[in-house]
Design a protein around this ligand. Structure first.
Ligand SMILES: NC(=O)c1ccc[n+]([C@@H]2O[C@H](COP(=O)([O-])OP(=O)(O)OC[C@H]3O[C@@H](n4cnc5c(N)ncnc54)[C@H](OP(=O)(O)O)[C@@H]3O)[C@@H](O)[C@H]2O)c1
Length: 285
């Protein structure tokens, strides 16, 4: 599989999306974060994943504005955190995001989780924003199979579902459903938030390939066809390390073994709203 950092996939709405980018969860609202984003873009990171919740959309906006970066060069994902306030809440949050990101469109706008109700009302309004050219692609995050089925019943198939994905948390039912329905799969916490990097099996693999544990995990995501967004704010070296994953291939056997190994020790690293019920999703018609 010959991917490069510039590789893109075609989403079900026709837009192209990079397969690799920088995640910004828990990246501070500070000039250090702005600098990391500038460094990432200069190194060639084609995608930035932020969110209303992360409070660092301003830093993304600053990085693009102050450094003569062509907006079209960067694919920006951001997320609406609360659907609780329906259409009105969406407009308020969306306009705030546009302002902070210093842009007039979002490449991929996600509903952060199926937990606030009014999901269909909000989704419908996002389609309106898409028609106005303010959102290129519409996606969801932390949606389980049932949530995706409820969306489909209402006639909506998102372009992307962003869910936790690494060998220790494989969400196979959701991945299978997305593949069958042509929904691109964006994996978050590809490094398991750093929790598994000293795992002895992973270290053995990293020695075999002369790569780091982080690089093995990012490669596992890419070879599974997941769009991946490892986060780092600690400096340019890790930015470089995490993007230096396009010059090797994990063998089919090692992919299979790592997949099976993770499955046996299954563990997620954050929240898991994928199983929230209908009461959290909101009325379905
Ligand atoms: N939609 C959602 O609900 C949701 C939930 C979680 C995450 N996300 C998105 O997915 C992105 C990635 O997930 P994540 O931030 O949870 O975790 P992650 O990317 O799996 O791991 C990040 C952790 O690994 C460390 N790290 C990064 N590169 C490293 C390397 N080469 N060697 C050793 N340690 C390294 C980072 O520390 P340093 O920063 O100090 O380098 C940080 O502690 C987020 O930033 C966010 O954009 C979305």
């Amino acid at each position: 599989m010959s991917f490069t950092i510039a590789s893109r996939i075609r989403l079900n709405d026709g837009h192209l999306m990079p397969i690799f980018g920088l995640g910004l969860y828990q990246a501070a609202s500070s000039s250090k974060t702005t600098q990391i984003i500038i460094d990432a873009i200069r190194l060639g990171y084609p995608l930035i994943d932020t969110a209303e919740l992360y409070r660092n959309e301003t830093q993304v906006g600053e990085a693009i504005k102050n450094n003569n970066i062509n907006r079209e060069q960067i694919f920006i994902t951001t997320k609406l955190f609360r659907t609780n306030d329906g259409r009105q809440g969406l407009h308020k949050s969306f306009n705030n995001s546009l302002q902070q990101l210093n842009t007039n469109y979002i490449d991929l706008y996600l509903i952060h989780a199926p937990q606030g109700g009014h999901v269909l009302e909000v989704y419908k309004e996002m389609i309106q924003l898409q028609k106005e050219g303010k959102i290129r692609s519409i996606g969801v995050s932390n949606f389980g199979v049932q949530h995706l089925k409820w969306l489909k019943q209402a006639g909506f198939i998102p372009a992307v579902n962003q869910i936790e994905l690494h060998p220790w948390w494989q969400n196979e039912d959701i991945v299978d459903y997305c593949r069958i329905n042509n929904i691109a799969i964006m994996g978050y916490s590809p490094l398991g938030k750093g929790h598994f990097l000293n795992d002895s099996y992973l270290i053995k693999l990293s020695q075999k390939y002369n790569k780091t544990s982080a690089q093995i995990l990012i490669r596992w995501s890419i070879q599974n066809g997941f769009i991946t967004i490892p986060k780092t704010t600690s400096g340019i070296e890790r930015l470089q390390e995490n993007m230096n994953v396009f010059d090797f291939i994990l063998s089919d056997e090692d992919m299979k073994d790592l997949t099976n190994y993770g499955k046996k020790n299954s563990q997620n690293t954050g929240w898991d709203p994928t199983k929230n019920g209908k009461e959290k999703f909101g009325p379905i018609s």
